[in-house]
Design a protein around this ligand. Structure first.
Ligand code: SF4
Length: 288
């Protein structure tokens, strides 16, 4: 009996370890492809990986460390966490984890929590100011430390949610690019998890046993609009599996001439036979 139970649990452990290995290989492939597609990392880059203690940033760091070992180019990784002095923040967790990995890291301490609490009127959401202060601190550190790329842990689902948030509440067709110039135009921000789903990240983080730090320490409510969009996408996905991926891939196949933004397409200059980039052959192939 004892032996049977023992071998059953060994079998289950071996199966879950094989599943994790397969998932890791798939995620490494997706991140590697994303980095190559957008030429995110070049020889000699100093990449700052922003770590919050959440599943996304742990996964990002883990996959970048793994890719660094086999990458055809040499680049450095520096893990950076901003300790915002939220009450109850377990300040020992990240240093202990990062030391155990042997990865270079820096914990920046800045009490943005008190600033946000003092400045934002009661009942208003804290996240806007909090993220601006966080970005400021991280960009400042990047400038002072010769960082050439800033890696963030946003994944495919964050990107699609942002698209709908901008669409519904901002009247703009705008998401989050896998590679973009920072707001201060002094840094290149990269999102190597842009092809990775949140579900896969959840499974990976669970499998790898990252020491997660809860994200609601600040006491702020989760952004209600984002929550609503998240629910909408989950409901769609359930009814039409693959829809989120279809939306994500649409962001990589934009047809500006079929939208209406005069800043990005010369509608005024449009003339027969002058469609930029179309060869005679392509024009013949166009459906009537
Ligand atoms: S949830 Fe809290 S820590 Fe996160 S951005 Fe909002 S206020 Fe800041």
């Amino acid at each position: 009996m004892g032996n049977k139970a023992g071998s059953a649990s060994c079998g289950a452990a071996a199966k879950s370890s094989r599943t994790l290995t397969r998932l890791a290989a798939r995620l490494r492939g997706a991140v590697g492809r994303c980095i190559a597609d957008y030429r995110m990392i070049s020889e000699g880059d100093r990449v700052m990986v922003c770590l919050s203690g959440g599943k996304d940033s742990y996964t990002l760091l883990d996959l970048l460390l793994s890719l660094q070992r086999s990458a055809p180019v040499h680049f450095e990784l520096l893990a950076v966490n901003l300790d915002q002095k939220q009450p109850g923040f377990p300040a020992h967790v990240l240093p202990a984890y990062l030391s155990s990995l042997g990865v270079p890291f820096k914990i920046i301490e800045q009490d943005t929590y008190s600033v946000v609490r003092r400045v934002v009127p009661a009942g208003r959401t804290l996240c806007g100011l909090c993220s601006r202060l966080r970005r400021g601190a991280l960009y400042r550190f990047a400038s002072e430390n010769g960082i050439t790329k800033i890696a963030l842990g946003h994944h495919r689902d964050d990107i699609v949610e942002t698209l709908f948030l901008n669409l519904f509440f901002g009247g703009r067709l705008k998401a989050m690019a896998p590679k973009v110039l920072s707001d201060d135009a002094r840094h290149i921000v990269i999102r190597p998890l842009a092809y990775v789903t949140e579900r896969d990240i959840e499974r990976y983080a669970r499998g790898r046993g990252f020491p997660l730090i809860p994200c609601r320490l600040c006491g702020s409510q989760q952004n209600m609009q984002r929550l609503a969009v998240k629910k909408m996408l989950a409901a769609w996905e359930q009814e039409f599996p693959g829809r989120t991926e279809s939306i994500a891939s649409a962001l990589r196949r934009v047809e500006l001439e079929h939208l209406g933004d005069r800043r990005h397409f010369d509608f005024a200059g449009l003339d027969v036979g002058r469609i930029t980039g179309l060869t005679d052959e392509a024009m013949v192939d166009e459906p009537l």
